[in-house]
Design a protein around this ligand. Structure first.
Ligand code: MN
Length: 322
């Protein structure tokens, strides 16, 4: 039996995040790994010290897989606020129950999409449903909102079905944005793509890319070999700069990948805890308003296990992008 105090959003340092690559390159970075109570592994692919942003994506966690019995609490992220971003939740296996301050209550299953637009302020909780039995495995992304949109009204949307494309034998689930001439129904505020890519069999594979985009890839299941013969496994962020018109990879068996991309984000952002902003003052203000119970962030109805507290905002750390 395990009680997993699960918090995907635990960055308590104020991080300056600037766009990175300036020339044609690809590069592998080890993700930041944690093992939380109950054996739940989190691999954080963004932000990393040397790679903060890929397109508008500023946060990418791969969690699980973890088998859960009905007595296990599983995921349990108590009520917490966000500003300046969209959260994107995508499951390979399992169920997550989302509740937010707009009175949304939404169970998500594999193949479905939850997108929450924080805008000027929202709060939510995420948890494994009571008595759930099975695996917990998925990704959570944050998409930074561009300056012109980041104070928008908060919103939540659920998509029960998404485009599934057959691309030269690859099964592509388009999650957000646009790829291969198809557009996801999810609301976006800047050009981007996120998608799950399944190569069901061993072989040489090719995925056409928008060469204006930079891309990042994490392995969810299996492994692949890149054009240089480098083996890329779970626990690695594989980065491709703008200028690539295709992603070529080989696999010796089935491999499941998650890819994010977009034009390099033309703005420097500040990340702290669950907030994305531009100035330290606005981050401090959001933290203080959340901790004071200000109406800006509303209340998460129906969630019984309290709320997280924003930590004290420290000094700004320099960017190590590049
Ligand atoms: Mn959250």
């Amino acid at each position: 039996m395990s009680k997993v105090a699960f918090d995907v959003n635990d960055s308590e340092q104020l991080q300056r995040c600037a766009p990175g690559a300036t020339h044609l390159e690809h590069h592998s970075y080890p993700t930041t790994e944690k093992e939380l109570g109950g054996g739940l592994k989190i691999r954080r692919a963004l932000p990393l010290a040397k790679r903060r942003l890929i397109g508008p994506f500023c946060f990418l966690d791969h969690f699980g897989p973890l088998p859960l019995a009905p007595v296990d609490r599983g995921m349990d992220v108590a009520a917490h606020p966000h500003i300046g971003l969209q959260t994107v939740t995508w499951l390979v296996e399992g169920r997550i129950l989302h509740r937010d301050s707009l009175d949304s209550e939404q169970l998500i299953a594999p193949g479905q999409l939850n997108v929450m637009t924080a805008g000027r302020g929202i709060s939510h909780s995420e948890e494994t449903p009571d008595q759930y039995e099975g695996m917990l495995h998925g990704v959570q992304l944050w998409v930074a909102l561009p300056d012109a949109s980041r104070d928008c009204e908060p919103a939540f949307e659920h998509h029960a079905t998404l485009p599934v494309l057959d691309h030269d034998g690859l099964e592509v689930h388009l999650v957000t944005g646009e790829a291969l001439g198809v557009t996801s129904p999810s609301t976006t505020y800047s050009e981007q793509v996120s998608m799950e890519i399944l190569a069901p069999e061993a072989g040489s594979h090719r995925l056409a890319l928008d060469e204006r985009f930079e891309h990042g890839i994490v392995v969810l299941e299996g492994r692949f070999t890149n054009e240089d013969g480098e083996v890329i496994e779970i626990g690695t962020l594989y980065y491709m700069s703008p200028g690539h018109d295709a992603f070529h990879f080989k696999s010796e068996g089935p491999v499941r990948l998650f890819m994010v991309g977009g034009p390099q984000f033309g703005e420097e952002i500040l990340m702290f805890w669950n907030f994305v902003g531009r100035t330290r003052d606005e981050i401090v203000q959001a933290s203080e308003e959340w901790n004071a119970g200000d109406a800006r962030f509303g209340e998460v109805g129906g969630y019984a296990r309290g709320r997280l507290t924003a930590p004290e905002v420290g000094p700004i750390r320099p960017s190590h992008a590049g």
